[in-house]
Design a binder for this molecule. Structure first.
Ligand code: ADP
Length: 497
């Protein structure tokens, strides 16, 4: 705070009051106190003024006390003439003592004040870093910046942007302050030139704020700040403001690069999905189509001459491939619907009925399979869901279980009421899914190396998409016998989401 002198406004009344007090006390005690001690009263007045209001008040009180003492108490009284040399000496001592004690006491007070302000600034800056750490976007950063500037400078702050025709106030602290025409002119200049505009010297007309340019990446703003009661800032205040601005700019940079990285990841993810979709469509549509075409051609050309078992085999192949195609197309359609964010239908569904009908269908599709439906004796509550989509989820899970289990191994479809909702699980006796892959199997087109070619890798991705859209969860785990256990949990109908 070196060189920063406090303004006269609070100082003069305090110095005047202290000296007036000393004069009154002197007049009252003049008859009882020895004359020399009267001087002490004035020394005390100087001390009081300095302690209350700082160096300037002490000095002011010393000079005022010197004049008042001379005027009221030194012969000839009520003149500023000093008759005796010893009185002159006493007055000079008073002035000296006043100057010394005044400046010492005043400096102590100002140092204590400066230390308090520095602590407040440090606290404001620490709170600022904290807030910046949590900032989710540029608006949060602007608001935190204005708060911190105003708080640490014990003054006010404004953030202005040029949007459209005029200037818009992006943030202001206190909230009610608005730029006046001079402030706006200064802010306009700062935004146009990108150079800072110091506040005009005291006593000159002009902006109330010191403005600095602030780049957000998409536009240039003008950030204005002023000290207590609109007073100009000392050098330290400007340094604090510069630190606040730099920290805010760093946070904006971080937010921008995070957003750019997230965008790049999303683009890469979309690209990967598209490439996988194209290769999957070309493989998974063409292979069964080629088999069907081959079988149909053979039947047409050789049908009559073929032994019946060979004909049945071809017909079976056509049926299986057509079913596979239908499944694939259905999954693809669902995938597209989920990707497009379509809301599924919701109606009360009894999972016990639904599971029974899907298991029935599975028995028809996979005649050798051993399917067991396990229901709790007390039944399960209804869930809110789209029954057609849920059937498809369960059928996909059963189809996987069949595909990965040894022939005729039992496949269990289990329902259970859980605290989070109703659980529907499919457990098999196959090799299971390694713990490290239990999340990855839900990614689109993800197939484990050993099973590549057997499926499209879409089934579980579609299941997760459907279940998530219905507000439920689906996870892969381990069945008691070491096989896979895929478990879907759906919220009970009417339960708060
Ligand atoms: P696919 O059409 O290839 O079966 P999914 O998305 O249904 O595609 O499954 C992805 C991968 O998850 C499968 O390739 C397989 O590695 C694994 N998986 C799914 N279900 C089971 C299961 N019941 N047992 C073992 N592995 C499974």
């Amino acid at each position: 705070m070196a060189g920063r002198l406090r303004p006269i406004d609070g100082t003069a009344p305090i110095a005047l009051a202290a000296v007036a007090g000393a004069v009154l006390a002197g007049l009252a005690l003049r008859t009882v106190l020895p004359e020399a001690t009267l001087l002490l009263l004035f020394t005390v007045a100087v001390l009081v003024a300095a302690v209350l209001s700082g160096v300037m008040a002490g000095l002011f009180a010393a000079i005022l006390g010197f004049l008042a003492f001379n005027f009221v108490f030194v012969e000839p009284r009520f003149t500023l003439v000093v008759a005796e040399g010893r009185d002159m000496l006493a007055l000079a001592l008073l002035l000296f003592a006043g100057l010394l004690t005044g400046s010492l006491a005043g400096r102590l007070k100002e140092e204590a004040e400066a230390a308090r302000r520095r602590a407040a600034v440090l606290e404001a800056l620490a709170a600022f870093s904290n807030r910046l750490g949590r900032a989710g976007g540029p608006d949060d950063v602007m608001a935190a910046m204005a708060d911190t500037l105003a708080g640490s400078l014990e003054g006010s702050a404004l953030v202005l942007a040029r949007r459209g025709q005029g200037l818009t106030t992006v943030a202001s602290v206190p909230a009610a302050i608005r730029p006046d025409p001079e402030d706006e002119a200064a802010a306009e200049r700062v935004i146009r030139l990108g150079a800072e505009a110091p506040r005009p010297a005291a006593g000159w007309p002009g902006a109330r704020f010191e403005f600095r340019p602030f780049e957000t990446g998409s536009e240039r703003l003008a950030v204005g700040f002023a000290g207590p009661a609109g007073r100009p800032l000392a050098e330290e205040g400007s340094r604090v403001a510069a630190a606040v601005l730099a920290q805010a700019a760093g946070t904006l940079d971080r937010l921008h690069s995070e957003a750019a990285a997230a965008e790049a990841r999303a683009t890469a993810e979309r690209e990967r999905f598209r490439a996988a979709l194209v290769s999957s469509i070309s493989h998974d549509l063409r292979t069964p189509l080629a088999s069907i075409l081959g079988a149909v051609t053979s039947l047409r050309e050789l049908g009559d001459r073929m032994p019946p078992p060979a004909r049945d085999e071809l017909l079976e192949a056509i049926e299986a491939e057509t079913r596979r195609l239908a499944r694939f197309v259905a999954n693809l359609l669902d995938m597209t619907r989920i990707e497009a964010g379509l809301e599924p239908r919701r109606e009360p569904v009894d999972l016990a009925d639904l599971a029974a009908s899907v298991v029935h269908r599975a028995r028809r599709s996979f005649p050798g399979g051993d399917f067991r439906l396990i229901l709790p004796p007390s039944g399960v509550p209804l869930v809110a869901a789209d029954p057609a989509l849920l059937e498809q989820v369960l059928f996909n899970l059963i189809e996987n279980a069949v595909k990965f289990s040894p022939p005729a191994a039992p496949i269990a479809v289990e329902l259970a009421a859980r605290p989070e909702g109703v659980e529907m699980a499919v457990a098999d006796r196959g090799p299971g899914i390694p713990a490290a892959d239990r999340e990855r199997v839900f990614e689109p087109f993800r197939v484990s190396p050993g099973t590549a070619g057997s499926g499209t890798g879409l089934g579980l991705a579609v299941c997760r998409g459907i279940v998530t859209a219905l507000g439920g969860t689906i996870v892969a785990g381990e069945a008691p016998g070491g096989g896979a256990r895929l478990s879907v949990t759906l919220p009970v109908e009417g339960a708060a989401p």
